[in-house]
Design a protein around this ligand. Structure first.
Ligand code: A2P
Length: 345
């Protein structure tokens, strides 16, 4: 079997990667539609040696489509997801619009593939930092449930899209030439700088990105009591995120055992050379499928604490690859059925 696929947001950082992965992973595509805003209508993008036109998304865009991979931001998803479902297609949505909706599965295939079976036309792809953390922590959580996670992130520009990546490059050049860059996509200059994550602040003192790491991890793990405290930071890296993660268990978790588990965990690559002080780096995680994990050590401040460090490609496993893996899962398990009952609000 092969499927009629549409990418909504095809011209963006994640959309471009979705297109490449559909080709590289040989997803069974019968027909491919590239959708974006009016701005991109008339552009072409290449798929399997063919130039395909980019169309502005419109009311008829989802006729004769089986699967939509959406990565065009929350408001675009809110505007179009129901129309996709009404047209009888299934949407895998990369935005935050539906992630916490109890009727929408939130899926990381290495962690909770079976959740995808319950979809009613919309499946949500989690937040990028959450996906990377989930892939690394889940295998340990299976052996001994984690009680509390304290995490600090080092997030690349790619999370804010293709234009944000360009802005970091342009601003870097301007600074090297002695000019003062003007903020554009980001509220402050990211080049040669860093700042706490620019998502909206909430009244509890955590920004939305930080609360996503709490709420989405609970939903994906099915662990409603899990405690997560995150500090999310933007750094002038182009496309891979890193995270310093402190885990607290009920009993001590020997680092040697954690390493043994993570050495064979799906989607993880253990990267540690203690002699050489060589550990995961965003530059080496970029363009790779696996989440690189290392610096696994006993928390010196707590007998039941474990420290680890990871880097993972935000555009790939943090977004496009995870979405494609969900699509592959739907195909393999024969779950790519249109919704029978529409009950989204
Ligand atoms: P366009 O290139 O036409 O603006 P990124 O996350 O890299 O910024 O990419 C966002 C993607 O979402 C782009 O493909 C962008 O298309 C698309 N997009 C943004 N706003 C809309 C919209 N209102 N309707 C359709 N696509 C949109």
């Amino acid at each position: 079997d092969s499927y009629r696929v549409a990418i909504l947001g095809a011209t963006g950082a994640v959309g471009t990667e979705l297109l490449e992965l559909l080709e590289a992973r040989n997803f069974p595509v019968a027909d491919l539609k590239l959708l974006a805003s009016e701005r991109s209508a008339g552009r072409t993008m290449s798929f399997k040696g063919e130039d395909l036109p980019v169309e502005a998304v419109g009311d008829r865009s989802f006729d004769n489509v089986d699967l939509v991979l959406a990565s065009a931001g929350g408001s675009t998803s809110k505007a179009w997801a129901h129309k996709v479902v009404d047209a009888g297609a299934v949407v895998i949505d990369n935005s935050s619009a539906f992630r916490m909706n109890p009727e929408v599965p939130l899926v990381v295939p290495e962690v909770n593939p079976e959740a995808a079976a319950t979809h009613r036309g919309i499946i949500a792809n989690p937040n990028c930092t959450t996906i990377l953390m989930a892939v690394a922590v889940w295998p340990l959580h299976q052996v001994q449930p984690v009680q509390r996670i304290v995490v600090a992130t080092y997030q690349s520009a790619s999370g804010a899209g293709a234009r944000a990546m360009e802005e970091v490059k342009t601003h870097s050049r301007e600074i090297l030439e002695g000019e003062s860059p003007k903020p554009g996509i980001f509220p402050y200059t990211l080049a040669f700088n860093l700042f706490p994550h620019n998502s909206p602040m909430t009244e509890v003192g955590y920004c939305e990105e930080e609360l996503k790491m709490l709420n989405e991890t609970r939903k994906i793990f099915g662990a409603s009591e899990l405690r997560v405290s995150a500090t999310c930071v933007r750094v002038p890296v182009l496309r891979a995120h890193s995270e310093a993660i402190n885990l607290e268990f009920e009993q001590p978790f020997p680092p040697a055992k954690a390493k043994e588990i993570l050495a064979t965990a799906p989607g993880v690559k253990l990267v540690e050379d203690w002699q050489a002080n060589y550990f995961p780096m965003p530059i080496e995680a970029s363009g790779r499928d696996e989440v690189l994990v290392g610096r696994i050590r006993q928390d010196i401040s707590h007998p039941c604490g474990l420290e680890l460090w990871l880097s993972g490609d935000q555009i790939r496993k943090g977004a496009a690859l995870n979405a494609i893996q969900i699509a592959e899962l739907l195909v393999e398990r024969n779950w790519l059925q249109p919704a029978t009952e529409l009950s989204y609000k």
